[in-house]
Design a protein around this ligand. Structure first.
Ligand SMILES: Nc1ncnc2c1ncn2[C@@H]1O[C@H](COP(=O)(O)OP(=O)(O)OP(=O)(O)O)[C@@H](O)[C@H]1O
Length: 272
């Protein structure tokens, strides 16, 4: 069970576990329990037989458990799994076999389960009754907590350097470094979007810095620079920051498509 805020690297970590395991030659299959409509999740996980429901494929279809056989199944956002389905999942984990929707035959499966959540499942069990405690204990055999980026600020420099290197390789543009001043600003920020947010900030800075060989404070988003100088800004709901960040990202896509210096200047002003 991987625990941690959004963007701390739970899926990356799950892939790393798989890639280091004896199962690495077999599939790694990820499913986001929060992203699939409730009525489809059963068929997605366990498969279905022909004629199981309107629109079911001819010959039926295997579910994620069967596809992941011999490998790893990553159940992301397990805290959002519909309550009714949790009992079925528990049964599959205990019996190590699935029955496709509409079918009768039990199909043996050998799958390592890695589940992830950014919710406090103990609270979901105790106060909301939205998560089954028996499933929780079955999944929580080995829990690993991925700590928020703001509690591992010593890694910000290395992570930023890694992202800048990746950006240079992907874009074919010359490599860039982070200035010590910019690093200091990043180390003081609260990073509610964690490593995903840092990645996005580096991407924005990489393109905005244009021909400069270093990422300077001026290339960082205002909401980050501002939060260092203004304590009240730090107390703003982080959703406001994320909204700012995603607006900036939309704009970056446009910036990338524009080579004209005037346009670039216009967008830099608009983002500041
Ligand atoms: N240690 C790391 N080094 C480089 N990139 C990382 C690292 N950890 C996470 N990332 C990157 O950060 C982004 C978010 O990671 P990931 O999707 O694994 O997080 P998550 O915790 O599963 O998020 P969510 O809970 O929102 O699904 C990805 O682009 C991932 O590649």
């Amino acid at each position: 069970m991987l625990l941690g805020e959004s963007g701390t690297g739970k899926e990356l970590f799950a892939r790393a576990i798989h890639n280091e395991s004896a199962r690495k030659e077999r599939p790694f299959v990820a499913i986001n329990c929060a992203a699939i409509p409730k009525e489809l999740i059963n068929a997605e996980l366990f498969g279905y037989v022909e004629g199981a429901f309107t629109g079911a494929k001819k010959g039926g279809s295997p579910g994620k458990f069967e596809v992941a056989d011999g490998g790893t199944l990553f159940l992301d956002e397990i805290g959002d799994m519909p309550f009714e389905l949790q009992a079925t999942l528990l049964r599959v984990l205990q019996e190590k076999e699935v029955i496709r929707v509409g079918g009768h035959r039990a199909i043996p499966v050998d799958v390592r389960i890695i589940a992830a959540t950014n919710k406090n499942l103990n609270e979901e069990i105790a106060y909301n009754s939205s998560f089954r405690s028996d499933l929780y204990y079955r999944l929580n055999v080995f829990a690993i907590e991925l700590i928020p980026l703001r509690e591992r600020i010593g890694d910000i420099g290395a992570l930023s350097a890694y992202f800048l290197h990746q950006l240079s390789v992907e874009s074919g543009l010359p490599p860039k470094e982070l200035s010590p001043e910019a690093l200091k600003v990043l180390e003081q920020y609260t990073w509610h979007g964690n490593i995903r947010e840092l990645n996005n900030v580096m991407e924005r800075a990489f393109y905005l810095s244009d021909r400069s060989a270093a990422i300077m404070v001026a290339h960082l988003p205002q909401y980050i620079v501002h939060s260092n100088h203004n304590q009240s800004a730090e107390r703003q709901p982080h959703l406001a920051n994320l909204a700012d960040a995603s607006r900036s990202l939309d704009n970056i896509k446009e910036i990338k498509q524009r080579s004209d210096d005037d346009d670039r200047e216009f967008y830099i002003q608009a983002l500041s």
